[in-house]
Write a new protein. Structure first.
Length: 211
């Protein structure tokens, strides 16, 4: 197996301030269990990244901004000429922290999860300050981060605002990525988050956004 041609996805922590209803964290909470894991160390990251071309910090049970070593990880990727990306939706960091993180490696791809217009994203991203997250995306562009993405998952409450969100992203030179969740294919029961538009129509909007 040639790891040198691969990107490793890293769940770098076990912490998050959000309570998104369909996150795996909520499964642990419903079972009365603690979220497992902890912060990836600098030593272990150094060992890991040498076997890959890059790292995608995209948590399944955490948000990567809460790993105390994340900024150092970004610096290591820059030093070792490794590709990296950060997928984040939490908003509970100071602006100064974001500034330091962005400047640590301007080649890092930052993907911000804002599901709806910034003022309404908290409907799914419980505890999120979506307006702050969008401002941090704008700050990343201002500081020279090469690729900044607004990731927008379609739900019933936000599907009619896709065009407005796309325009807001484009007006600020931010890439807009529309995500259509596949979990609706597996569950036919009532769910208040389920989009009302057909999958085919949403796919058409996805194609329009990506064009």
């Amino acid at each position: 197996m040639n790891f040198k041609n691969r990107i490793v996805n890293i769940d770098a922590s076990n912490k998050c301030t959000l309570e998104c209803p369909k996150c795996m964290r909520q499964d642990y909470k419903r079972m009365g269990k603690k979220v497992p894991g902890g912060d990836l160390s600098i030593d272990n990251f150094n060992k890991l990244i040498d076997y890959f071309n890059g790292a995608c910090f995209c948590g399944q049970i955490s948000d990567p901004i809460f790993n105390v070593n994340l900024i150092e990880f970004l610096k290591i990727c820059k030093q070792k000429k490794k590709w990296c990306s950060v997928h984040t939706a939490a908003s509970h960091k100071k602006i100064e922290w974001y500034e330091e993180a962005f400047k640590a490696n301007l080649d890092t791809e930052w993907i911000f999860g804002i599901d709806g217009l910034p003022h309404q994203s908290f409907i799914y991203r419980v505890n999120q300050d979506g307006e702050k997250v969008f401002e941090m995306a704008k700050l990343a562009k201002k500081l020279g981060v090469k690729k900044v993405v607004w990731q927008y998952i379609v739900f019933g409450y936000n599907e009619k605002y896709i065009d407005k969100a796309k325009k807001l992203a484009l007006d600020n030179n931010i890439l807009f990525e529309l995500n259509i969740s596949g979990r609706w294919n597996l569950d036919n029961s009532y769910d208040p988050y389920r989009p009302k538009q057909s999958k085919n129509k949403l796919r058409g909007m996805h194609d329009k956004v990506e064009a």
